[in-house]
Design a protein around this ligand. Structure first.
Ligand code: UDX
Length: 432
């Protein structure tokens, strides 16, 4: 078992720390935010991730997991140091590596002999060499310290499951010994291990996210075409999905992709491609389709209220970028709410978990206690996030409190025929 440091207690860092403790390693997780560390030391998890609170409690109780303030306090004496800090999108779309660089400079002097520094943050191609260079400049006390790329593929809402049941483990390293040591960290996890060069490992991460985003934009484009030719995208996706080369996953049309990863990673890849002299037209198209998809939902809502949104009241069901997370970052639902307000509509919103958090984010939207409250005296319901509880709503009661029963289902969550039988004007994405 190894002494592992994890720098950064966000989605990736917390999940990595708790899961590595579960695998039997001694883990110290560091963050700059003293208040966050204090909560974590008490087992209080600041994000919604199923299974994470129990894993934290287990690790803390077994004294295999601890939290400290400051990277140095975790890195000193560690065999392995995971960098899980943020790489936000810069103004020009490039990934901002300043947090990664700052941590590398900070820990360099305290890294022990043979330590392995592992990049788990999403970082552009070439970042492993960049971190190696920064460490050398910052005064390493030992010269046999290696930087390895080990991208994560976890989805928010299922992060613990995805970490412990990955489809593959990717390790980017030119030297066999550190690569073997990183592989051993995952002892107990059953998945193919791909050991490759750092640049390819870094590209695997971006290419995977960009491909998934492309799949989402593709099915949204097909949904839009289905509307024009009177086909049903749900049937089309099933027919496509039977082909093992396509698969059923990521063929759900909706308001476009969002979240803390796809938009940022696609922009960073586009930027890196341009920098490298390659105009990635296909990916530029993916971004454009995604931007236009949000606007299509606004168009549907405008049509549902008779052509003009000014003075109308819209109920927004869901604010998070997808279900089963409390994350509002780059949420299509929030972007649509803002567009509706821009057009003069009043928006009454309900989200099962992110209501309070949204209060600070979208001041101009009224936050409501539940779907019935949000739907009272509104002209149309906009179903924007696919929370399961929206399937089980009492639609008779909804119809009774609305000005008239009308719903735009931007997630194709509900059954069109059943909604129409209930007397609703029902509009979905690419469905009849
Ligand atoms: C994603 C990747 O899935 C994960 O492997 C990577 O590590 C981080 O980025 P996440 O951001 O949690 O994970 O979201 P994901 O579940 O992939 O969904 C991304 C966006 O696409 C969401 O807005 C979601 O609503 C949308 N989406 C996804 C669709 O609109 N249709 C689909 O069929 C799938």
């Amino acid at each position: 078992m190894s002494r592992v440091a994890v720098i950064g207690a966000g989605y990736v860092g917390l999940t990595t720390a708790a899961c590595l403790a579960r695998l039997g390693h001694d883990v110290v997780c560091a963050d700059l935010d003293a208040e966050r560390v204090a909560h974590l030391k008490k087992g209080e998890v600041p994000i919604l991730e199923s299974g994470l609170p129990a894993l934290l409690a287990e690790g803390l109780a077994a004294r295999r997991l601890d939290f400290v303030v400051g990277a140095v306090n975790a890195a000193r004496g560690a065999d392995m140091v995971f960098l899980c800090v943020q790489t936000p999108q810069g103004d020009d779309g490039a990934a901002d590596l300043s947090y990664v660089e700052a941590v590398a400079r900070e820990i360099a002097p305290v890294l022990g002999p043979n330590a392995v520094v592992i990049n788990k943050s999403t970082v552009p191609v070439g970042s492993t060499r960049f971190v190696q260079r920064v460490l050398s400049e910052a005064g390493l006390s030992h010269d046999n310290i290696t930087v390895v790329s080990n991208p994560e593929f976890l989805r928010e809402g299922q992060a613990v499951h995805d970490f412990l049941n990955p489809e593959r483990i990717v390790i980017g390293c030119d030297q066999p010994e550190p690569a073997v040591r990183v592989t051993e960290l995952y002892k107990g996890v059953h998945a193919p291990v791909l050991v490759t060069d750092p640049a390819s490992a870094e590209m695997i991460k971006y290419a995977s996210n960009a491909f998934l985003a492309t799949k989402v934009s593709f099915i949204n484009a097909i949904a839009n075409l289905c509307e024009a030719v009177d086909a049903d995208v749900r049937e089309v996706a099933i027919g496509m999905g039977y082909d093992g080369r396509i698969g059923f996953q990521f063929l759900h049309p909706g308001p476009g992709y969002g979240g803390s990863c796809f938009p940022k990673d696609v922009a960073a890849l586009l930027h890196a491609a341009r920098d490298a002299g390659y105009e990635f037209e296909l990916l530029a198209g993916v971004v454009e389709v995604n931007r236009a998809q949000q606007e299509r939902i606004v168009d549907k809502l405008r049509a549902a209220v008779g052509g003009a949104l000014a003075g109308k009241v819209v109920a927004a069901w869901g604010l998070t970028f997808k279900a089963d997370t409390d994350d509002l970052r780059d949420s299509p639902a929030l972007a649509i709410c803002r567009r509706l307000v821009e057009e003069g509509a009043t928006v009454r919103a309900y989200d099962p978990v992110a209501g309070e958090r949204a209060r600070g984010t979208v001041a101009e939207v009224e936050l409501c206690a539940d779907v019935y409250d949000a739907s009272t005296d509104v002209d149309v319901v906009a179903l924007l996030t696919e929370w399961d509880e929206f399937r089980w709503v009492d639609f008779e009661r909804i119809a009774a409190v609305m000005r008239r029963p009308s719903i735009v289902d931007a997630r194709n969550l509900l059954d069109p025929a059943a909604m129409r039988r209930r007397g609703f004007d029902y509009v979905a994405v690419g469905r009849r």
